[in-house]
Design a protein around this ligand. Structure first.
Ligand SMILES: *[C@@H]1O[C@H](CO)[C@@H](O)[C@H](O)[C@H]1NC(C)=O
Length: 168
């Protein structure tokens, strides 16, 4: 049942957020005719909007931690816009495994509750102030990580092979 719920939510979020690996183009060229999911720029006229109501974010207090980490890793990689695919997947690689339960919850809310991926990007880059509800140590970590002080070339999401190394 739990697995089903998980698969269901993965399927839904994949449907609703678009898939970055396959969508280097859509964000840039607008090849997609039906937008209106997470990822539209704030100044989009929404002239071609097809409303797909997003299910409201819900805390999942009964979700086992290992599954939560895996879900959040997946959700960090499958964003509505390429910039967040790269940023959040690298952030997840760096921090997800060491986050406490409380931090995982903050991160879950931060990446899944806002209905527009641009908001998350603007908060992380500090182009816009982070709303109070998303402030906290996870957001501080993300802002700091976004500054790229380690001078990483962040051109793509990391290959998942690192997960195998971690499990050894
Ligand atoms: C991060 O820093 C490196 C080295 O200064 C730079 O080449 C790169 O463009 C920076 N940003 C990203 C997003 O990769």
């Amino acid at each position: 049942m739990l697995l089903l719920t998980l698969l269901h939510s993965i399927f839904l979020s994949q449907l609703l957020t678009g898939v970055c690996q396959a969508s280097w183009r859509p964000v840039v060229t607008g090849l997609v005719s039906s937008r209106g999911y997470r990822g539209d720029a704030p100044d989009d006229t929404k002239g071609d909007l097809i409303e797909i109501p997003l299910p409201p974010w819900e805390e999942k207090p009964d979700e086992p931690t290992a599954i939560k980490r895996r879900r959040l890793l997946y959700e960090s990689r499958k964003r509505g816009m390429l910039e967040n695919c790269i940023l959040l997947s690298l952030f997840a690689k760096r921090y997800l495994n060491t986050m406490s339960e409380k931090q995982l919850l903050q991160y879950d809310r931060l990446i899944n509750e806002p209905s527009n991926d641009w908001d998350i990007y603007y908060w992380a880059t500090e182009a816009q102030p982070t709303p109070e509800v998303y402030q906290g140590d996870v957001m501080d970590l993300l802002k700091e990580f976004t500054k790229n002080r380690s001078h990483e070339q962040r051109l793509d999401a990391p290959s998942l092979e690192y997960l195998e190394k971690e499990s050894h």
